[in-house]
Design a protein around this ligand. Structure first.
Ligand code: SDX
Length: 431
């Protein structure tokens, strides 16, 4: 990494007002280190939406938006999705390396031993209406976890951070399945320690105390891949939320809850639910042109959900893998003629041939096909974002852990461009 490169800032009279270091990463754009800018010039940078701002140094995930490349700790997402289990990817994201067979066994066993939740946690569900959105329940119940684990909340202790990571990776699936069971009035299913992570989740979701649940390996593999594809994505909105919450010293459960709340938005993780609702609204291939025109109309708030991305200006590699998973699952369930899938394929074809979408480089993102797969797996639409949160929990934790250990880390406190009233006196009639 070549250091000592600088950028000189000059004023309107071409006088140098500031020398700023230029830093280089392993791959990807160089950055201008503006930390000294305000002190040296009295100027702030201005970047609402952080389109040109690197908020931190990270070694976890790299995205090349132009080429549509996604790496977790240097490994291609396509290879990880094909050759690894979700827990192997969790180990990779958290510890920086894929596990050896021995370390994988320990990691799996550690997770398994933490999948149960404190029995009093079930009381939190009773306070919610049965028709409460699962993400509202997730925010409440995951946020409540810190009330049960006073034994390991010292964020400066790596041991406590590792235990919190295990607890969250292990318990979030249990809580997600509880959200589903609660919404349909069926009893919660306890975890089964003999099952794999994904099999255990499928059983907690779809088994009842009255029958044995028969696992379908094609569906288990599909969900394994879905979780891998959602595991991390650099400094996206919810991960940045987790980092900002964590920078104040908040406990990991509170930080992950902040991430869950941010993910819920339709522009972010809520998009998979919004895609299904949009496809239902479009209804038929004959309506596609009308909705494509609406998506292009600046005066119409309608957007093509599952399309576009802040970073990808090429096809989201995850969307390609998700589409392949769609084919696998629909073939296994003899749903190749699923009208929703056919409509999605046709909508994608229309959009990719439309000059507006081509000009703005709007491609399908991870959410475009994930909803169709989840729907085929029997997961209700309002649970889609909770599944996204289940996959992304490991990414949030890995970034939170990296931030706490980062010597450059300090509380995140952005400034602003103030355009409100200058100082003024209160009108005399106010005493
Ligand atoms: C995720 O950041 C991440 O990494 C997120 C994520 C992750 O793994 O964490 O990848 C997960 O959130 C994927 C995105 C899911 N959201 C959606 O599918 C919702 C629909 N997409 C859009 O809302 C939008 O594309 C965003 C929010 C994803 C990105 O918004 P940006 O980067 O702020 O881009 P923009 O809104 O400025 O759009 C640029 C232009 C605009 O037109 P102009 O103002 O330049 O004329 O493209 C247009 C937009 O109007 N545009 C769309 C569009 N997305 C962008 N027009 C129609 N339909 C769309 N979907």
């Amino acid at each position: 990494m070549t250091e000592n490169r600088t950028l000189t800032l000059t004023n309107e009279n071409s006088q140098a007002i500031c020398e700023l270091p230029v830093l280089q990463g392993t791959i990807g754009p160089d950055v201008i280190d503006v930390q000294a800018l305000y002190k040296q010039t009295g100027l702030f940078t201005y970047d609402p939406g952080f389109t040109s701002t690197a908020s931190c140094t990270s070694t976890i995930t790299y995205i090349d938006g132009e080429e549509g490349i996604l790496l977790y700790r240097g490994y291609l997402i396509e290879e990880l999705a094909e050759r690894c289990t979700f827990l192997e990817v969790c180990h990779l994201l958290l510890h920086g390396e894929l596990p050896t067979p021995e370390s994988l066994k320990d990691f799996e066993n550690n997770i398994t031993m933490h999948t149960m939740v404190h029995d009093q946690l079930t009381n939190f569900f009773k306070g919610f209406r049965r028709d409460a959105h699962p993400m509202a329940i997730m925010v409440g119940v995951v946020g409540a976890l810190s009330a049960f684990y006073h034994d390991a909340l010292d964020i400066k202790s790596k041991k406590d951070r590792d235990l919190s990571a295990i607890r969250l990776i292990a318990k979030v699936p249990t809580i997600v399945a509880m959200c589903y069971k609660y919404s349909i009035g069926l009893p919660f299913m306890y975890p089964n320690n003999k099952l794999s992570y994904v099999e255990n989740f499928m059983r907690m979701m779809f088994a009842t105390p009255c029958d044995d649940y028969v696992q379908n390996p094609v569906l288990v593999n599909a969900l394994e891949r879905i979780l891998i594809l959602h595991a991390d994505h650099e400094q996206n909105a919810s991960t940045s939320t987790v980092r900002l919450a964590g920078s104040s010293g908040a406990n990991p459960y509170a930080c992950i809850t902040a991430g869950i709340a941010c993910l819920w938005g339709a522009a972010h993780g809520g998009a998979n639910e919004a895609v299904l609702n949009m496809l239902k609204e479009i209804g038929d291939v004959s309506n596609i042109p009308k909705f494509i025109e609406r998506a292009k109309d600046k005066n119409d708030p309608f957007r093509l959900m599952g399309f576009g991305h802040r970073v990808y200006k090429n096809y989201d590699p995850r969307a390609k893998l998700m589409r392949a998973t769609c084919y696998d699952v629909l073939a296994e369930l003899k749903l190749e003629d699923d009208p929703m899938f056919k409509l999605a394929l046709e909508l994608e074809r229309f959009a990719l041939e439309d000059p507006y979408f081509i000009a703005k480089k709007l491609y399908p993102n991870v959410d475009f096909y994930s909803g169709i797969v989840l729907h085929a797996l029997g997961i209700p639409t309002n649970m889609f974002t909770a599944i996204f949160a289940m996959g992304r929990t490991i990414g949030w934790i890995a970034h939170w852990d990296e931030m706490i250990a980062d010597p450059e880390q300090r509380i995140g406190r952005p400034r602003q461009l103030y355009r409100g009233s200058a100082q003024r006196d209160i009108p005399s009639q106010h005493r």
